[in-house]
Design a protein. Structure first.
Length: 184
């Protein structure tokens, strides 16, 4: 399941072709990922993204410093440097928050099917050709607009963190304001 902004180029391409590659970076690719922050392939830049300081960029692989390599089962290319790359096809798509006038049509949820998985040999379990060793795989994780690996602490600041969090708030946030901290 993937949740995407309905106005993104990724969403447009997925709906048009029914295909995508999900590249999973490690902390080694954090600078490449952050170079893509606040960029969109959509031209002109949609209003909400303009408000958040995004700009149009067609050549994202070049900007990120990543190498595009052909996929084996679909048309979109993979990012060679990412330790895990998944070729996927669209199975189903749905609107999210259709019950709210302001957000209706703004968010999409997609069910995708994985066609092929490419894994760097350095993160495979010893003696296997198709099992990732969780002690070797350290994915790059974004949590609350900050980058982390599986180790302790933030590994790199994100330019997305410069965008005021309030610009992302939906009506659900206001409804959730009554959340209380959990105690033992």
């Amino acid at each position: 399941m993937l949740g995407l902004d309905a106005s993104s180029k990724t969403t447009e391409n997925l709906l048009r072709t029914g295909e995508l590659v999900l590249n999973l970076p490690s902390p080694a690719q954090v600078n490449a990922v952050d170079r893509l922050a606040k960029l969109t392939g959509t031209h002109p830049v949609p209003g909400p993204k303009q408000m958040r300081g995004y700009s149009h960029e067609k050549n994202k692989f070049e900007i990120a410093g990543l190498t595009a390599v052909p996929s084996e089962t679909i048309t979109p290319p993979r990012a060679l440097e990412c330790p895990v790359q998944m070729e996927e096809v669209l199975s189903a798509g749905h609107n999210l928050m259709d019950d709210h006038e302001q957000w209706r049509g703004a968010l999409k949820v997609f069910e995708v099917r994985i066609q092929r998985v490419h894994v760097h040999p350095s993160i495979l379990m010893e003696g296997t050709s198709n099992r990732i060793d969780p002690d070797k795989w350290n994915p790059l994780i974004m949590s609350f607009q900050k980058f982390y690996g599986l180790g302790q602490g933030q590994i790199h600041p994100s330019r997305l963190g410069e965008i005021p969090e309030s610009t992302y708030l939906s009506p659900d946030v206001a409804r959730a304001q009554s959340v209380k901290s959990m105690t033992a």
